[in-house]
Design a protein around this ligand. Sequence first.
Ligand code: NIG
Ligand code: FE
Length: 413
Amino acid sequence: MPQPSIIIHNAGQLLTVDPARMTAENPLGMIENGALRIEAGRIVWIGSSSDLNPADYPAHQWLDAKGKLVMPGLIDSHTHTIFAGDRANEFELRLQGKTYLEIAQAGGGILKTVTATREASADTLRQLTLARLQRMRRFGVTTVEVKSGYGLDFASEIKCLEVLQSLQTESPVSVIPTYMGGHDIPPEYKGRTDAYVDLLCTEQIPVVAARGLAVFCDVFCEQGYFDVAQSRKILETARQHGLKLKIHAEEFCDLGGAQLAGELRATSADHLLNISDTGIAALKAGGTVATLLPGTAFYLRIKDYAPALKLLAAGVPVALATDFNPGSCVIDNLQLIMALACLQMNMPPVDVIKAVTLHAAMALDLQHDRGSLTVGKRADIAMFEAASYNELLYRVGSNLLTDVIVGGDYRPL
Ligand code: NIG
Ligand code: FE
């Protein structure tokens, strides 16, 4: 079905986040009283509302923003959205003082979700994931990266990736799939991590890549999970098979995953709570995006957040994402993550806006297609009941979204 042509006008602040419009005085390329035109799912014109003559576009659908904030649709570039079951019991254990790693060692953690996900049918997983993506859309998110990694055997990983593939066509948001067989060591390989890594490299990665079931490969490089050498093997194999690279690095300790990411020129390195100065320099040198997930530190009550300001000062592009998953962060609201980035990491509002738009697109290697309001890019647009982007951040905990357009598709929330 051809998509209707749309005009949005009277935006109080139209944040283009377009590098070509950004200056020191106007760091987000903002157009006041802005307008834009969408045709066939793409942005075809951007400018001032006063330059629009209704008589020129009688067949377009006119959307009056009435002074609201209009900006690129939010991009959640790091989530674990496909899983079954829940881990609500771990919430209370942590209140009693148990740490995330202690709970995992005692039989909770990722492996508990693996059991539930293996048992779930594709149809159940599809319904659960679809409902979660729908919720994310209602917060203004238009692109969501989703990792596998709660299957951890061939059939279950493929089952999850196939569900994600089926969701790409009819999902309420754009889904970018990541293969993460290296999320944990499954029970049948306990104590035999190297053998499990071999299995991933010889049996899973080649099939996932050949079938086009994932764009990225990610690995949990962490004490008790995959060390740097094992992570390197997984990522190098993935690259040989044409997958792009991501890594969970320095979440609970500084293992050197960031150095590996920089050396491999990975697209992103994520978490980074314990990143060293050497790690920061490696990300800069490798052109790797630092994806920070302050919701996880908040949810696990870790005091030291990732050093966002140091990363920004070093010139590393910083993205922000939810890390939505059943264990370490159940927050699916990217607006809340933006506020946490301000309050807990002192990130300036301008950097926060970039971190969920342009830099998040870079974290998915999609900056040429989305992440800013630029002529030619996908029409992914979020509209908020806020007079300014500062107001969006300041209203911590409220969902200010009023309208969202995904790839030119404008439907009620
Ligand atoms: O990003 N770090 C590894 N994976 C998730 C946690 C997943 C879970 O606890 O189920 C994370 O924090
Ligand atoms: Fe994660």
